[in-house]
Design a protein around this ligand. Structure first.
Ligand code: MTE
Length: 329
């Protein structure tokens, strides 16, 4: 599906390859590695040049299916209709599976069971938790959240999951822990995007301990009253709706507690454009486009973007005493 209606030859600045990335791709192609990849592309690399995608995994029943739909928590209200599931299912960012918006076919190669989450770093005892045990311990609820991408589009999504704070408490972090660091799986055999050398894989994100303890920070295991679809980051993703969508890391394999601020995926790639905080602010433009408004996908409507994506009452206090450390990039 194609929601940015524009003429065939036009390419939106937001979707154009960022200059630094373009240059690093050229650098990669200029090296023997790049040339070899283009001439004799192995299957994973072929994907980037329009080759085959991996074979989808046959669908297996989700062992936690019986938990959905979960009870809705009415504390989280929307100012707009929920985005239809058919639109959301074909308009995603999941670079591990390609740079196009519709990754619904290649993402089927992601095996979501067995799946363990490693919890480590500055904790009393590192541990591995089976995803089904975690989901069953989570006491799932449904929340309607706005979802604002840094590319200036938005959706409204009924996520199912549980507050991140519940996992933080289970992990028993040490008092020296100042940050929570999230990491996606790393497996080039199923995620052809991870063969691209110009990205700092695995996808990594982070929050301060105070942000992670905020009510809004939500670990997502489902959407639209069902277990999470792979393109949304099954079996476990983050939703931090006051921040740009790139903070909402998908398919989390590891959660660590750290004393140092982590270098996050997009920050590692393009520090001038994407920072650690990434709080939504219509008054602070991205270096290459305005953040004042957003395209509400599926409606044809453009709306004014709200500070903290409209969640200021929940989160503004988190940033009150902080110096202006690029809080909105
Ligand atoms: N997580 C991983 N692992 N890989 C990604 O490419 N993209 C991010 C975020 N989480 C991404 C990710 C971006 S840029 C956005 S806008 C959201 O996921 C998109 O979530 P959605 O596809 O469910 O709308």
């Amino acid at each position: 599906m194609f929601y940015h209606r524009r003429k065939g030859w036009e390419i939106d600045e937001r979707e154009a390859t960022p200059k630094a990335l373009f240059l690093s791709r050229r650098a990669a192609l200029a090296t023997g590695l790049g040339a070899a990849a283009a001439l004799a592309a192995p299957p994973a690399m072929a994907f980037w040049f329009g080759g085959d995608t991996p074979k989808p995994e046959p669908a297996a029943p989700d062992p936690t299916r019986d938990l959905y739909p979960a009870r809705r928590n009415e504390a989280y209200r929307l100012d707009r209709p929920v985005t239809p599931q058919e639109i959301n299912a074909h308009y995603n960012n999941f670079y591990e599976f390609g740079m196009t918006k519709d990754v619904s076919v290649p993402v089927q190669a992601l095996r979501t069971r067995p799946w363990t989450l490693r919890v480590d770093g500055l904790v009393e005892a590192p541990r591995e938790i089976g995803i089904d045990d975690l989901i069953r311990a989570g006491a799932l609820e449904e929340r309607l959240y706005r979802h604002r991408c840094v590319e200036a589009w938005s959706m409204a999504v009924p996520w199912t999951g549980f507050p991140l704070k519940r996992l933080v408490d289970m992990a028993k972090p040490l008092s020296s822990a100042k940050y929570v660091v999230f990491e996606t799986f790393l497996d080039r055999s199923i995620a052809p995007g991870q063969a691209a050398p110009f990205y700092p894989w695995p996808y990594r994100e982070g929050l301060t301990m105070a942000e992670a303890a905020n009510d809004l920070a939500f670990l997502v295991t489902g959407a639209y009253g069902e277990p999470l679809a792979r393109q949304h980051g099954a079996p476990l993703r983050l939703a931090t709706p006051w921040k740009y969508g790139f903070k909402s890391i998908k398919s989390i394999r590891r959660i660590s507690f750290a004393s140092e601020r982590p270098k996050t995926f997009w920050e590692g790639l393009q520090p001038a454009e994407y920072g650690f905080w990434a709080n939504v602010n219509p008054a602070v433009p991205h270096p290459r486009w305005s953040q004042a408004t957003e395209e509400v996908l599926g409606t044809g409507e453009r709306r004014k973007t709200l500070l903290f994506n409209g969640y200021g009452e929940f989160v503004a206090d988190l940033y009150a005493g902080l110096p202006n450390d690029r809080l909105y990039m």
